[in-house]
Design a protein. Structure first.
Length: 167
């Protein structure tokens, strides 16, 4: 089968698996796993794509967690929240100067996934334990990157390889 069809089948089947797993036995936001899965491919796939994606997404997670902690402990006013997000945004840009983190959108996806998980769970960033939204988002981001690796591997395995023609 041609590579686009192989990847269609691989990603389609694994999207079912991901959605079922996150909806039943591993309750993390499926949309975060999909963001990290896409991040894996945007960053080139393979070992490098996996490492850069996880590093970038988790960097965004750490920066957003710090911004959320600042909001929770210093100021919950709209202006205070805006300042915390502005500082976080500036930190993301600075972090992207590091070669491993040089694709800024991948950092932003980790930041946004963490904020979104905080809102979706209704739990504060100061929540202690496994329900902490940063831990939930981290688990989802790593899970998504793993799905990226598996879908790439399966897609490549399903792709038809033409034998060289002898003339």
């Amino acid at each position: 089968m041609k590579k686009p069809e192989a990847y269609t089948l691989s990603i389609g089947v694994l999207a079912v698996v991901d959605t079922w797993i996150t909806g039943t036995i591993f309750p993390v936001p499926v949309w975060v796993t999909f963001i990290a899965w896409a991040s894996f491919f945007v960053l080139g796939g393979g070992k490098v794509g996996f490492i850069k994606s996880v590093a970038s997404n988790l960097t965004g997670l750490v920066i957003s967690s710090l911004a959320l902690l600042g909001i929770a402990t210093m100021s919950s006013t709209p202006f205070g929240a805006a300042v915390a997000v502005g500082i976080g945004s500036a930190l993301m840009v600075q972090a992207s100067k590091i070669r491993l983190l040089d694709v800024l959108p991948a950092i932003v996806w980790g930041f946004a996934s963490t904020v979104g998980t905080t809102v979706a769970t209704g739990k504060a960033i100061t929540t202690v334990g496994l329900g902490n939204p940063a831990l939930v988002a981290a688990a989802a981001l790593i899970t998504g990157a793993v799905f990226g690796v598996v879908s790439e591997w399966l897609g490549d395995a399903l792709a038809f390889k033409r034998a060289p023609q002898l003339n």
